[in-house]
Design a binder for this molecule. Sequence first.
Ligand SMILES: C[S@@+](CC[C@H](N)C(=O)[O-])C[C@H]1O[C@@H](n2cnc3c(N)ncnc32)[C@H](O)[C@@H]1O
Length: 323
Amino acid sequence: MKVYPVNNEKKSGVDDLFYEYKLGAKPFLKWVGGKRQLLEQFEKLYPIELKIKKIKNYYEPFVGGGAVFFDIAQNYEVENAFLYDINDELILTYKVIQKDVQKLIEFLFRYDKQYKKLSEEDRKQFFYEIRQNYNLQRFNIDYNKYSDNWIPRAAQTIFLNKTCFNGLFRFNSKGEFNSPVGKYKNPKILDKQNLLNVSKLLEIATIKKADFSEVKKDIKESSFVYFDPPYRPISKTASFTSYSKFNFQDDEQLKLAGLFYELDQQGHKLMLSNSDPKNTNPEDDFFETIYSAYNITRVDAKRSINSNGSKRNSIKEIVVTNY
Ligand SMILES: C[S@@+](CC[C@H](N)C(=O)[O-])C[C@H]1O[C@@H](n2cnc3c(N)ncnc32)[C@H](O)[C@@H]1O
């Protein structure tokens, strides 16, 4: 099924909705570093083997909101997808959509109804009550074992994501969700059709809460891997690497470059993106150095360069490929 970009208008939120999926499944959460706005440029950089249907296995070790997965799984003929992320709440939500989407829809339906009839002030209170409960309840969740209490948890994750400030779905170092309430008149707390579409698409997916290195254990012959690690911060004040309680410093970027090399040696097709350090320091050759054996392309990205999202400049993002 081919999905065409229909909307190039900028909307608010962290994951800029530059690319609308006309049909089918699209990301169900707003996610920092979301790639929807880059898909048109990325499509030109996918390996030819994907386009001529030779690649059947797709891997995304930093899946986040999954913009690239949704694109590839719907527009190319992959048969298996392996999706990983270190964020427990994110992976829990993917798995609930995969296994129990109807029950999840019922929970979200109730949140949506309750929330929409409240005044602005009461909505605020409702949000903070859910947030508090969410942070307390995390000690009662076994993130390693699927159970029925994952379903209301996933509903809360989606509710908070859709109603928090600017879609900034942020956790502090203790793992508490700490984004403030947002000001949306009509947030789409329940997008039933999309959740059903996502659930259907996830039938081909193996979803794991894991460090990116897990891909090494699972990888099958002739695969395509897309890596979208946390960005290296583009300025000292813009620390966009804190998606979770796990830090992603230069030593992790180096470990990832080591994995890239290993998978390249095994003959897989690899693509990796990151922010371009040259946006702020033209002398910074970090990625040119660690990916010197590969091709580096630059694409145009628009994203916030300060924490309140008010300053948006056209900046570059790098894409590394081994083909
Ligand atoms: C740039 S975001 C990915 C965004 C995604 N491409 C999208 O379109 O929404 C990076 C992701 O890496 C995850 N992450 C951070 N450290 C990780 C690690 N060591 N292993 C796996 N995932 C990690 C974060 O939780 C986050 O979801």
